[in-house]
Ligand binder design. Structure first.
Ligand code: SAM
Length: 246
């Protein structure tokens, strides 16, 4: 019987400050993955002129430049890693960052867009997170979520799997060795996100597979073996235009 040791490591909001991970060496704006994620969400986010945006798990703020270039009127970040939040404040002093996990983020303010890129791998209570997102969105507001592809995330040819722990309904907690250290993630089938969104009253607008781009493969040759299979997925959800008062 599993004691859920790995899920606790994956959902530890201070994982990115621990000695096992050197996230600052890869999580910067100029890194190949930064470029890949910016490219992946830019079209989906579209013109953000006059729109406010909340980024959950904003890390070093490597997507803030994109949000600014799309014209957003206000950005706010949520980031539990003290090291990443410090870099973010240094590079983008104009963007306020709530230093703590999303589970503790106060939800009085509402936004036009909420974005989370490779962060829900660290969220244990999916239903709780989706109802919090619903509370953070304006009517017609959208949630843009990027998650890793489950097969890719657990592919032993790509990542050296150290430990793996089965969870409910096909989800896994998995610790892999990466060039920047040991990373523990919760890997879930996509329908877990869709179900949690529905349960929170959000509608699914679209789901798009994101294969590795030529630019990313040029920097990470090992990704060639995916041969067009998805590396990640972008899921977009919306809050209804109007909802009856409770
Ligand atoms: C793979 S990094 C991605 C960072 C950023 N989204 C990017 O693309 O550069 C995952 C981020 O999620 C943050 N994180 C972990 N648990 C979190 C939680 N409970 N709430 C908000 N962010 C969390 C980590 O500290 C880390 O910065």
């Amino acid at each position: 019987m599993s004691d859920r040791k790995l899920v606790q490591r994956a959902a530890n909001p201070r994982q990115y400050d621990g000695p096992a991970l050197d996230w600052l060496s890869v999580g910067r704006e100029a890194s190949p993955s930064g470029g890949f994620f910016r490219e992946s969400i830019a079209t989906s986010l579209g013109n953000l002129a006059g729109r406010s945006l909340l980024e959950i798990g904003s890390g070093t703020g490597r997507l803030f430049g994109l949000f600014k270039s799309l014209g957003t009127s206000k950005i706010k970040g949520v980031e539990p890693s003290a090291k990443s939040a410090a870099v973010s404040r240094q590079l983008h002093p104009d963007v306020p960052v709530f230093e703590g996990p999303f589970e503790k983020f106060p939800t009085e303010e509402i936004f036009d867009r909420v974005v989370a890129v490779m962060v829900f791998e660290h969220i244990e209570n999916l239903n709780g997170a989706f109802s919090r997102i619903h509370r953070c969105l304006k009517p017609r507001g959208e949630f843009h979520l990027v998650v890793g592809d489950p097969e890719c995330q657990t592919n032993p040819a790509l990542y050296d799997r150290i430990e793996i722990e089965p969870l409910d309904r096909g989800a896994l907690a998995v610790c892999t060795r990466r060039p920047f250290g040991v990373l523990c993630n919760i890997v879930r089938p996509l329908d877990h996100f869709q179900e949690a969104a529905r349960g929170a009253g959000l509608t699914s607008l679209r789901t798009t597979s994101l294969p590795a781009t030529a630019g990313l493969i040029a920097k990470h040759q090992s990704l060639k073996i995916l041969g067009g299979q998805p590396l990640c997925h972008l899921l977009v959800f919306a809050r209804a235009p109007e909802e009856p008062r409770e």
